[in-house]
Design a protein around this ligand. Structure first.
Ligand code: ADP
Length: 400
């Protein structure tokens, strides 16, 4: 096997990895989780669905468990050594205004990512751990940073500026950045290619996973997106509130005596679908509970769809013309009810749904679900690792 790219997505206690071959084919994908704890585990799946490795399971000797990202990466890279990746692509969450596209990693790039960490204190330091560990292990392998925010750097100031004093932008870089860039870029490019108009036209994308965001894309460029300075802004998510009145912070501080830290925790971890339903952040559980008469679950589903439709309608203002809508992410790819409910809230778009096709789209299926009139509607399984590998190849001039 030749010319594989290793994609690394380092979180605070986990590392997702994927070995991507030519044509975006995933050879191996895996996860190291609970790093530094007795539950640490590394597992992987090969292209044929068989297990690649499944190490440090619960019966393993605790002494042998990876205690750091470097340990886990060392193990993963040793396991992959037969495949000899030609480069490594790292997902980096926040590139600020410094990075408008993927870049080859050097000392200067690392320093700039570090400076940007104030904008993503939970994510960028973990991403840097992965970069530094792989650089130490493979100093001669070229490495590329691919930023979640970079795709959205084409947004005009009308979309990215907050209506707050200018110096907060000029001196402190407070503005809207947007996230899920690799996903919005991938699915819009894929849908426009399948539609026979590659990178042309106006598309609205809805990335609906645990985090959710919408994006308006015109001729392949992001014009607006629902997330902002942080991934908390915008639509309702699994445990994140999305938009709230900024006055809520003052209300909670004055009336409940909550600290800013507490407010941030509640809005990030206890809100969204979980907060509304008091049941779960998992859309499968909620759809099922709603069918059995659980009223809060029904309300959570209804608010989710209404706020999503409202966001898509708002995003349409960024497009001269609307050619199609795209659903992706765990919910977007699998939940026919959520897609149907959202489309039904957008009659003024002129969308029509092919109910049968809609029901057929789940578990990785890709295709159109509109009934032929009005804007196209697509379900496109996202491929963030594939897109990171493609951008890594592009930056290093390795060809497709
Ligand atoms: P992440 O953002 O962590 O990558 P995913 O893209 O995997 O998350 O999406 C997770 C969400 O997808 C969860 O809310 C889950 O309930 C939802 N989901 C997955 N399959 C289905 C399904 N068949 N029906 C409804 N929701 C689903």
């Amino acid at each position: 096997m030749s010319a594989c790219i290793l994609v690394i997505n380092c979180g605070s206690s986990s590392i997702k990895y994927a070995l991507i071959g030519q044509g975006l084919s995933t050879q191996i994908a895996g996860l190291a989780e609970n790093l530094g704890t007795a539950q640490a585990r590394i597992k992987g799946t090969q292209a044929d669905g068989s297990a690649f490795n499944d190490q440090f399971n619960d019966n393993a000797n605790i002494e042998s468990k990876p205690t750091s990202h470097a340990d886990a990466l060392h193990y993963i890279l040793a396991q992959l050594s037969d495949y000899q990746p030609v480069a490594i692509g790292h997902r980096v969450v926040h590139g600020g205004e410094k990075f408008t596209q993927a870049v080859q990693i050097d000392a200067q790039v690392i320093a700039t990512i570090r400076q940007t960490s104030a904008l993503a204190p939970l994510h960028n330091p973990a991403n840097l751990l992965g970069i530094e560990a792989t650089l130490a292990l493979f100093p001669n392998l070229p490495q590329v940073a691919v930023f979640d925010t970079a795709f959205h750097q084409t947004m005009p100031p009308t979309a990215y500026r907050y209506a707050i004093p200018e110096n907060l932008y000029t001196d402190y870089a407070v503005r809207r950045y947007g996230f899920h860039g690799t996903s919005h870029a991938y699915v819009s490019q894929r849908a426009s290619t399948l539609a026979g108009t590659p990178d042309q036209g106006g598309w609205l994308t809805a990335h609906l996973g645990n985090g959710c965001s919408t994006c308006a894309i015109w001729n392949g460029q992001s014009m607006d997106t629902s997330m902002g300075l942080t991934p908390l802004e915008g639509v309702v998510m699994g445990t994140r509130s999305g938009d709230v009145d900024p006055g809520l912070h003052r209300f909670l501080a004055d009336n409940l005596g909550w600290s800013l830290h507490q407010i941030d925790e509640v809005l990030n971890r206890e809100s969204g679908l979980l907060g509304l339903s008091s049941l779960s952040n998992d859309m499968r559980t909620l759809v099922d509970a709603a069918k059995h008469g659980h009223q809060q679950a029904q309300l959570a589903v209804d608010v989710f769809c209404y706020r999503l439709a409202k966001s898509l309608a708002a995003m349409s203002c960024a497009l001269p013309m609307l050619h199609g809508l795209i659903f992706t992410g765990g919910i977007g790819e699998n939940a026919a009810e959520i897609r149907a409910k959202t489309i039904a809230l957008l009659p003024h778009f002129g969308c029509t749904l092919n109910q049968q096709q809609n029901q057929r789209m789940y578990a990785g299926a890709e295709g159109r679900i509109d009934a032929g009139q009005g804007p196209q509607i697509w379900v496109i399984p996202t491929n963030e690792e594939g897109r990171i590998a493609a951008e890594t190849r592009q930056v290093l001039g390795l060809g497709e």
